[in-house]
Design a protein around this ligand. Structure first.
Ligand code: UD1
Length: 341
């Protein structure tokens, strides 16, 4: 059984990706310090897959801990790297926390990859590297700019670090997946998004409002240059997104990659406004959402959605789930964790 190391494997995207690797017959080794996730996620994964991931509660910024894990698992065929902080607002307040964790973690992993036989990397990047693109949909050839937030900048710098490292090390190959906005939960409702504290992101805020944990959703601005005035994003189902990682690892294992660093947009290709997300939620949950229009959130861009032609053609990957079924999966998960299903 081929083995993959998944950093951040108990997190939101990480846990769904662990499930897809287990389903595809891989052995999974999770490294996660549980700073932004819960140990119970492992039971959720086991319920879905009837198999257990190997789990290390370690911090990837701790080089000696990483060293031990890589020694034990030097037969791993790839690293899938998720472990990173991801709150845009917090990164503006505390940039050094983000630069330390998100940069040092990757540097440690690359060091260990250089010293061991683990040579394939799938990196968790973001559409944030495009900022507000001039042309939509945004392709992988669009210019990468200095993102608005330190969080976004860590993703851009990480891609640069990988590029520079690959130039000097002829054995490491990487696929960087630039995610648009991941939402939803596993259809089993055994795993999903579990924000600690007040959610920053739209969909968990909606489901927490609907379940009664938050009073009302603030819609950040309705004066954008979009059909209904609210901002537009490309919301990608987290299970669809997770599947792209398995395809990426197989591509590297089969040595089908054309460059040693390949970049792919992972989105649906559809732009959806905040109001459209709310309407979809109201439809699938059969209830009205309490919301109010407020001012724009500083740092938000107006609109972005992906050109996914490259991922569709070269990876043979395509988003499959509809917006409604994805939002319903998030709602089922919210009800389950609050014992209200
Ligand atoms: C941002 C980052 C993305 C990152 C993600 C992780 C950018 C461009 N995007 O996504 O790279 O992966 O955070 O956290 O930096 N909204 C409301 N009310 C709310 C919450 C959100 O109206 O309470 C609106 C936002 O203004 C935005 C949309 O919903 O238009 C999506 O927001 P959010 O879910 O926070 O994601 P992004 O900011 O797009």
């Amino acid at each position: 059984m081929e083995k993959v190391i998944i950093t951040g494997g108990t997190g939101y995207i990480g846990s769904h990706t662990v499930v897809e690797f287990l389903n595809a017959g891989f052995e999974t080794i999770i490294i996660d310090n549980l700073v932004n996730s819960k140990i119970e996620v492992l039971s959720g994964i086991e319920k879905i897959c009837k198999r257990k991931p190997v789990f290390y509660q370690e911090d990837i910024t701790d080089i000696s801990a990483i060293q031990k894990i890589f020694e034990e698992h030097k037969d791993a065929v790839a690293v899938i790297h998720f472990a990173a902080y991801k709150s845009v607002g917090e990164s503006v307040e505390n940039p050094l926390k983000y630069y330390h964790n998100n940069i040092q973690g990757l540097v440690n992993l690359l060091r260990k990859m250089q010293n061991t036989g683990v040579k394939n990397l799938v990196f968790s990047s973001s559409c944030t590297v495009y900022g507000q693109p001039e042309k939509l949909p945004v392709t992988e050839k669009s210019p990468v700019i200095k993102p608005e937030s330190p969080y976004g900048n860590t993703k851009k710098i990480n891609e640069e670090i990988i590029e520079d490292t690959i130039k000097t090390n002829s054995e490491i190959n990487c696929i960087s997946l630039r995610y648009f906005n991941p939402i939803g939960a596993h259809p089993s409702a055994e795993i999903g998004e579990f924000p600690l504290g007040v959610p920053d992101n739209l969909l968990p805020y909606i489901t927490q409002t609907a379940i009664g944990l938050r009073e009302k959703l603030s819609v950040f601005g309705n004066d954008y240059n979009t059909p209904d005035g609210t901002a537009i994003r490309d919301y990608i189902n987290v299970v669809d997104l997770a599947k792209a990682h398995v395809i990426a690892v197989n591509r590297l294992l089969e040595k089908k990659n054309k460059d040693r660093l390949e970049v792919f947009n992972i989105g649906t290709g559809e732009g959806v406004s905040v109001m459209e997300v709310i309407r979809s939620f109201e439809k699938v949950s059969n209830q009205k959402l309490n919301y109010k229009i407020t001012g724009r959130r500083p740092g938000d861009i107006e609109k972005v959605w992906a050109d996914t032609t490259k991922a569709n053609k070269i990876l043979g990957w395509k988003a499959e789930k509809t917006l409604d079924e994805t939002i319903l999966s998030a709602w089922e998960w919210e009800k389950k964790i609050r014992n209200k299903s």
